[in-house]
Design a protein around this ligand. Structure first.
Ligand SMILES: [Zn+2]
Length: 447
């Protein structure tokens, strides 16, 4: 029998859910619990106190619906961000048992980031679990008892080689120091921190200036009703959303990052796969990323610290399909800088969905109190960081000689709209003269 008296559950043959054919070898009970309610028989979420001073007082985050976990859960969503769907596919395909438990031996961080006061401040960190890297250590007894509890952060180290950095080394613009830039090929040592999103809904709502109920209802409606407990479980405050996370790249000793007496160069970079990886020349993303990495390395070589944070927010968080639609609209409509934002607004409704309000969380987690050299021109990133209480002393625009010709439309439009520059700020009339490359020659080639 069902462990709920709710009539939204599939309790009999007439319910729509029960009309689906049962899986050939059922991995699940015949009855589907579509949602739960506070006070329902047996529902007893493991206590969780967001903003508590340490992990054990805060409590483990539990999202699993397996077996009796459904009643003890204190979070909605699933681990893995957008990859949670692939996890479900692997289970559906029979490649992975639904009750699989990872073996976490030897997965612990390569560097133990020191505890920061922000980890215990429910207003400073609302979009990641500040103890997400230390789950195996902090909640060992739960894991040993078979509870499905997982890290939402991982910390490792690696070597990296970027063509622009190798070139800078070859040209003598960066030196081989043996510990950060380790050889004449330009190989660089880096500490990396991967973070999956964990949202504390009251805190997220506050950042966006809406009430929690509005945030919950909107998330529920616009994920196709995927998370009914956003509505039925106001007592559950944690949501693991199906979106991408971020990666921190640290150059130089990681213990320097939080040291206020050491200079810090930092770039916040939002994903642009076409430019970052495939080097399309319609925007300045890859050149600015490479410049940011170069300057982060330089700062570390000078005894400071360099940090680059990469957010998975493709195409201003509009995604590549919308981005390419905008490209077509731009190129077919006469690609001038004065119409740059309007083209995006016509298709997406807004010019940008990155909403930097949650971005500073990772800076507070790292213990950053000031940024000496901010390698970004974005006024939105700047304002979000400064409003969260972190000082920015200097802003460094991308050097003119690193701007691809076809990306002038983008960069000049952004500067006109408030992006920081030490160079020229164009008027709207002048922006109408800043044109991108047309498709004429390309079409000659393809036809
Ligand atoms: Zn780009």
């Amino acid at each position: 029998m069902l462990d709920t008296d709710s009539n939204t559950d599939a309790t009999n043959g007439e319910s729509p859910a029960a009309q689906w054919p049962n899986p050939t070898k059922s991995r699940y009970s015949k009855h589907i619990t579509l949602t739960t309610y506070p006070g329902q028989s047996g529902v007893d979420p493991v206590p969780l106190e967001w903003g508590a001073k340490d992990a054990k007082t805060r409590g483990p985050i539990i999202v699993s619906r397996n077996g009796n976990m459904l009643k003890r859960r204190n979070a909605m969503g699933a681990h893995g961000g957008s990859y949670s769907i692939y996890n479900a596919l692997a289970i559906a395909a029979g490649d992975l048992p639904p009750d699989f438990r990872p073996d976490f031996r030897n997965t612990e961080p390569t560097f133990n980031f020191p505890w920061q006061p922000a980890w215990a401040d429910p207003t400073k960190i609302v979009s990641m679990d500040p103890f997400g890297h230390d789950i195996v250590n902090q909640f060992r007894e739960y894991l040993d008892a078979g509870w499905d509890i997982r890290p939402t952060m991982a910390i490792t180290r690696a070597h990296m080689r970027l063509a622009e950095i190798s070139e800078a080394v070859h040209k003598g613009k960066l030196e081989v120091d043996g510990t950060i830039v380790v050889n004449a090929d330009g190989d660089v040592r880096v500490t990396k921190v991967a973070v999956e999103p964990v949202w504390y809904l009251p805190g997220v709502a506050e950042r966006f200036g809406v009430d929690e109920g509005t945030l919950r209802r909107t998330l529920f409606e616009h994920t196709g009703g995927s998370y009914p407990e956003l509505i039925t479980r106001p007592d559950v405050k944690i949501f693991l959303p199906p979106i991408g996370g971020l990666t921190v790249y640290i150059f130089g000793p990681p213990e320097r990052v939080s040291d206020e007496n050491i200079r810090l160069a930092l770039r916040i970079h939002d994903e642009c796969n076409g430019s970052d990886v495939f080097q399309s020349d319609i925007c300045t993303c890859r050149p600015y990323l490479a410049f940011g990495i170069q300057e982060a390395i330089r700062e570390a070589q000078n005894g400071g610290s360099g940090v680059v944070i990469y957010f998975r927010k493709e195409g201003r968080a509009l995604g590549e399909v919308v981005k390419y639609l905008v490209y077509n609209s731009r190129k077919r409509g006469g690609d001038t800088a004065d119409k740059y934002f309007q083209r995006t607004e016509n298709i997406a409704g807004v010019r940008d969905m990155r909403f930097q309000a949650l971005m500073p969380d990772i800076l507070h987690w790292l213990g950053i109190k000031k940024i000496d050299r901010m390698l970004s021109m974005s006024n939105m990133k700047h304002d979000a960081i400064v409003q969260s209480g972190i000082k920015i002393y200097e802003r460094i625009p991308i050097p003119e000689d690193m701007i691809p010709e076809d990306s002038r439309v983008e960069i000049d439009a952004k500067i006109n709209a408030g992006y920081f520059t030490t160079g020229k700020q164009y008027t709207m009339e002048e922006l109408a003269q800043v044109k991108g490359r047309g498709w004429e020659k390309w079409e000659d080639v393809t036809h």
